[in-house]
Design a protein around this ligand. Sequence first.
Ligand code: HEM
Length: 139
Amino acid sequence: MENLKGSNNSWGLVAKLFHWIVAIFILLQIFFGINLHFMNPSSTKGDLIHYHKIFGTLIILVIFLRLAWKFYNPSPSHNKLSFLHKIGSKIVHILLYLLIIILPIQGMFLTWAAGSDVLLLGLIKLPRLMRRIYLMRNT
Ligand code: HEM
């Protein structure tokens, strides 16, 4: 049975689970997001947006738990890699983390811009970080 914690030569079960849970959740969100884009306004679309937001805030929580786990646990050593390889993988990892953090946060700003509140897991109201944006339509 694999160790829960990481070591010098393994990520450990918990880190692997975090990895795949975040990957699958984000792919599901993209799939539902793209579907939302093509749906006409309806109560079904409203429901889907509601669940999209709950799921999106869950993803942020899981990402922060994952980061906390990463910082407090050993990960496999990269000593055998070349300098360029190490720097390249560091930059790509940082960019990927930024991307998965910015993605749900931009969804939250989209919600505030539309004048709605963001509820963490659909339960806890988060403070609004921007005001509603009123769009002028030339029709
Ligand atoms: C990893 C997390 C997330 C991913 C991958 C994601 C992805 C997407 C995608 C692909 C769209 C369609 C964009 C378009 O219309 O072109 C979308 C729309 C949207 N998302 Fe997210 N989203 C995430 C998290 C969130 C969160 C946390 C919120 C709010 C709490 C949110 C709120 C919205 C809203 C309001 C829309 C517009 C729906 C509409 O009116 O068509 N998203 N999202």
